[in-house]
Write a protein that binds this ligand. Structure first.
Ligand code: HXC
Ligand code: NAP
Length: 266
């Protein structure tokens, strides 16, 4: 789908997108490339990354792949260094890598809680920290993909909610610390987005229609709509915006935990 933004907004810039091999992260990588940025894709499954890279190249863009787990800070640092060297710069970082599943807190194991916090929150820190020396050369933009569950209490997702809340706080702390280096740090908090692994896991089966019916704007959002928010935050139009969270949720957060409690009530 075409962007509402003028073309080539990001021509000459280089971006790194974690979770770029699928879903929202893949959409963001393609959207940044469509705006002229060179893009590095980072995730665990090489074949998924290569599929997205091939689509970017077929559309006339440039892409590199890094099959790396964001929990491994040393591997992350190597990948970021390699991408910045290959592109000659790094201007944009998008942290979309995440894990989630439905589980009641009462039966969630310590390792299950830790795995999600490690991927979402610690992984985001690892990537931001590794990118700092490159971003500070010319200034840059970091966008962290959080979720409305960062602020809305949500049953069966305490692990992901805590991880995303941590990311939201990290976004504001880094925005303050790194503003003097002209690095803007913002977040995009999606609500339910169609055709994603996230919603397949969080609202499976008949829950999907019931959740859709509760969204104030009457539908799930699209990956394209999340991408447009990210492109905006990376663009000169957002040059004075840092420490912000942009909700892309059709108004779902306005309802609090209601929709989730209704799903569980049957
Ligand atoms: C309970 C579970 C579980 C489940 C895993 N675990 N799945 N516990 N219910 N459904 C537990 C395991 O038993 C284990 O604990 C621990 O979690 C780690 O499991 P591993 O499989 O070893 O972890 P790992 O291979 O690192 O995989 C991470 C993962 C996995 C998060 C568990 O699902 C994954 O890789 N997901 C990536 C894709 C994904 O989730 N996409 C959706 C993102 S959507 P024990 O104690 O047995 O060792 C999203 C929406 C955000 O984030 C909105 C909400 C905030
Ligand atoms: P997705 O396709 O499963 O995206 C998650 C990505 O993260 C995958 O590409 C996965 O690739 C990667 N990843 C997971 N663990 C990783 C690790 N340890 N190291 C590196 N990469 C890892 O799900 P999605 O629904 O599109 O979600 C994308 C982002 O949007 C996530 O941050 C999610 O929390 C957020 N979000 C989604 C929704 C929604 O409605 N879908 C709502 C709110 C927020 P590998 O498995 O190959 O590593």
């Amino acid at each position: 789908m075409a962007s509402v933004f003028v073309p080539d907004l990001l021509r000459g810039q280089a971006a790194l997108v974690t979770g770029g091999g699928s879903g929202i992260g893949a959409g963001i990588a393609r959207a940044l490339a469509a705006q002229g940025a060179q893009v590095a894709l980072l995730g665990r499954r090489a074949e998924k990354l290569q599929e997205v890279a091939a689509a970017i190249v077929a559309a006339g863009g440039q892409a590199r792949c890094y099959a790396v787990d964001v929990r491994h800070d040393d591997r992350v640092a190597e990948a970021v260094q390699d991408a910045a060297s290959a592109f000659g710069r790094l201007d944009i970082v998008v942290n979309a890598a995440a894990g989630n599943f439905l589980a009641p807190a009462a039966s969630l194991s310590a390792n299950g809680f830790r795995a999600v916090v490690d991927i979402d929150l610690c992984g985001t820190f690892n990537v931001c920290r590794a990118a700092l020396p490159h971003l500070r050369v010319r200034g840059g933009s970091i966008v962290n993909i959080t979720a409305i569950q960062a602020s809305v209490p949500t049953p069966l997702q305490c692990h992901a909610g805590a991880a995303k809340a941590g990311m939201a706080k990290l976004t504001r702390d880094l925005a303050l610390e790194w503003a003097s280096a002209r690095i803007r740090v913002n977040a995009v908090a999606p609500g339910p987005i169609e055709h994603t692994e996230g919603m397949a896991r969080l609202a499976p089966g008949e829950w999907a229609e019931r959740m859709r019916a509760r969204v104030p704007l009457g539908r799930y959002g699209s990956i394209h709509e999340v991408c447009e928010a990210v492109v905006f935050l990376c663009s000169p139009a957002a040059a004075f915006i840092t420490g912000a969270t942009l909700l892309v949720d059709g108004g779902t957060a306005l309802l609090g935990a209601g929709p989730w409690l209704d799903l569980m009530a049957g």
